[in-house]
Design a protein around this ligand. Structure first.
Ligand code: G6D
Length: 323
């Protein structure tokens, strides 16, 4: 296995270019209409010291697991508590920090598959897991991300892409967002779901109509949003057909729109408060399509356990258009 940083460039003959890295199976860059769509490092080596998950494939279980603890089939597991007593994005040495294997025979101008072997006990998780991420760039400016996994023992799994979008604007705050969701997960004082749901109609969490993110964030009087300094919440998506966009981002000044399609049940909407170092807070925002947060500890949430003989398979598409 090579621990050498590799960049794979996808092109679609229509002016769009995507740069991927084997490190963390990350999206390093999306160039559309001659502009950079993501918060990114000028030099790809910057990703090697990244702790913000820029463009990263997060897992074995993205987002948080309460107290880093879960039970599967009566057996209890304790993971690293790498974020406020919880396990974040799969632990300390999670998938974002691994060199994935580029399947050389999968590489074409428009697509590539990367694989990762996560051994039984990796970061405390049970089961020998093999995951693949296939990126495919189409001629009509869609970047498809197919996640796939199989395990020899029952294990929780929840994979997502953690790109920070700004669509060429200087901040995610200047983007307009439409999010096809009517409910979010309530959070307890440990930033974890308490298992209840919040109907967001008529609240500052409601983005069913295209809404300027910064204006909503700066004008809110919602105590939780004020205390958190923005959004970092799990939104339950409408149960609509895959070809109906679950989210839209618009950069009016740049004349660019991104539509997100997914078969996932939720999106973690994070406005990027913790961006730091060479980046500004809120410089980009994340729409992380995934399962409900901490589903392994909430029996009434959608199942997150992958069992032997089953295949974990999810697809998310980022589609870029000019206005
Ligand atoms: C913070 O709470 C946020 C997470 O959602 C995000 O993934 C991380 O920063 C990069 O911990």
């Amino acid at each position: 296995m090579s621990d050498i940083l590799k960049a794979i460039r996808l092109t679609n003959g229509n002016g769009m270019e995507v740069t991927l890295l084997n490190y963390g199976a990350r999206i390093a860059s999306i160039q559309f209409n001659g502009q950079e769509m993501l918060v990114t490092y000028d030099d790809i080596n910057g990703f090697l010291d990244d702790d913000l998950y820029l463009g990263a494939t997060c897992g074995r279980v993205c987002n948080r697991i309460s107290d880093g603890r879960f039970c599967v089939d009566g057996k209890s597991y304790q993971l690293a508590q790498n974020n406020g007593g919880n396990c974040l994005h799969g632990g300390i040495d999670n998938f974002s920090y691994r060199y994935w294997t580029v399947e050389e025979d999968s590489v074409t101008e428009q697509s590539v598959t990367m694989t990762l072997h996560s051994a039984d006990g990796d970061q405390g998780f049970p089961g020998d897991l093999r995951v693949t991420v296939t990126y495919r760039l189409t001629g009509d400016n869609q970047l498809h991300i197919d996640f796939n996994g199989q395990s020899d023992q029952a294990t929780p799994i929840n994979l997502t892409n953690h790109a920070y979008f700004n669509l060429g604007a200087t901040s995610g705050q200047s983007l307009q967002l439409q999010l096809m969701s009517s409910m979010r997960l309530n959070r307890n004082d440990k930033e974890m779901p308490d298992g209840s749901f919040h109907n967001i109609s008529g609240t500052d969490y409601n983005f069913r109509e295209l809404t300027l993110v910064g204006q909503r964030q700066q004008q809110t009087q919602d105590p939780e949003l004020l205390a958190m300094g923005g959004f970092d919440h799990c939104f339950i998506l409408d149960n609509s057909p895959f070809n109906e966009a679950k989210a839209r981002l618009v950069a009016k000044q740049q004349g660019i729109e991104m539509r997100l399609y997914t078969d996932q049940s939720a999106i973690q909407f994070y406005t990027g408060k913790y961006l730091d170092g060479q980046f500004q807070s809120y410089e980009g925002l994340c729409l992380e399509a995934q399962n409900y947060t901490d589903a392994v500890n909430q029996p009434h949430f959608p199942n997150s356990i992958l069992r032997p003989g089953q295949t974990y398979q999810h697809t998310t598409v980022y589609e870029f258009r000019t206005l």
